[in-house]
Write a protein that binds this ligand. Structure first.
Ligand code: MG
Ligand code: MG
Length: 260
């Protein structure tokens, strides 16, 4: 069932989204060569506490950390660890906040220092695809319009589209209906209506799109070892669409110090 949110619920989702946006900026500022991914996790964990919110990943089906940090051939769900980020790494962070029982969900990918032009293209195209998908989040469109808009960008750039993990509804749970695949045909799937809140989250790869899960039970990697990128925003369907995780409503900066 696809739940339509009331205006009161949307207000809470806006706050969850703006907190999530603040966490994303905290993470972005903390990423640098030499930092351990578990320190990045700790920085965001502190910021969530300061915001009076909770992580939506910690404990989710047993996930052991506050954020997901996925490096290079890791696509999503990387577990923060003693791994130290290095120049040339491609780092994806997926995070979110729960505020008064409602979720925000957002992800981004950055490269540390100089990377090959093709890697730069992967990152930029994945972000562009997210924005194309967001543009399609309008009443009267269908889920397939989002999917087709996202997939078209990957095709144009010759990139792989991960199929096993998809966008989703967001609300009282992090993952609600409908599923929003990053591939598909325009004009198909559920009709979008005001009150729907969706996570739009393309995951593209430089090589083949096939993925597998490591023995840790979480980390999703490309089978061929090629680099992956992931961007995500939580969006309220509207005309224009409203990106709930776009802007922090107040800085969560102080939490960025003291780790790593
Ligand atoms: Mg996410
Ligand atoms: Mg998501």
């Amino acid at each position: 069932m696809i739940v339509l949110r009331t205006e009161r619920e949307l207000e809470i989702l806006r706050r969850a989204g703006s907190i999530t946006a603040g966490l994303r900026e905290v993470a972005r500022r903390a990423i640098r060569p030499g930092i351990r991914t578990r320190d990045l996790d700790a920085v965001v964990a502190d910021a969530i506490v300061l915001a009076g919110a909770a992580s939506n990943f910690k404990g989710y089906h047993g996930f052991p950390a506050t954020v997901c940090v996925s490096v290079n051939d890791e696509v999503v769900h990387g577990i923060p660890s003693d791994r130290r980020l290095e120049m040339g790494d491609v780092v994806s962070v997926d995070l979110g906040a729960v505020w008064r029982g409602y979720h925000g969900d957002s992800a981004f990918t950055v490269a540390l220092g100089e990377v090959a032009p093709r890697v730069r293209e992967l990152i930029e195209a994945t972000e562009e695809a997210m924005w194309r998908g967001i543009e399609a989040c309008r009443p009267g469109n269908r889920v397939g319009d989002i999917s087709a808009a996202v997939e078209a960008v990957a095709r144009r750039h010759g990139l792989g589209v991960v199929r096993e993990f998809v966008g989703h509804g967001v609300g009282r749970a992090m993952h609600e209906e409908p599923q929003v695949p990053n591939y598909g045909s325009a004009g198909t799937g559920p009709v979008l209506r005001r009150g729907m809140v969706l996570a739009i989250e393309p995951m593209f790869t430089l090589g083949d799109a096939a993925v597998r899960v490591l023995d840790d039970g979480w980390t999703v990697v490309t089978v061929d070892g090629s680099t992956a990128a992931h961007f995500e925003h939580t969006v309220a369907v509207g005309d224009p669409p409203e990106v709930l995780t776009l802007e922090p409503d107040r800085p969560l900066a102080a939490a960025g110090d003291g780790h790593g």
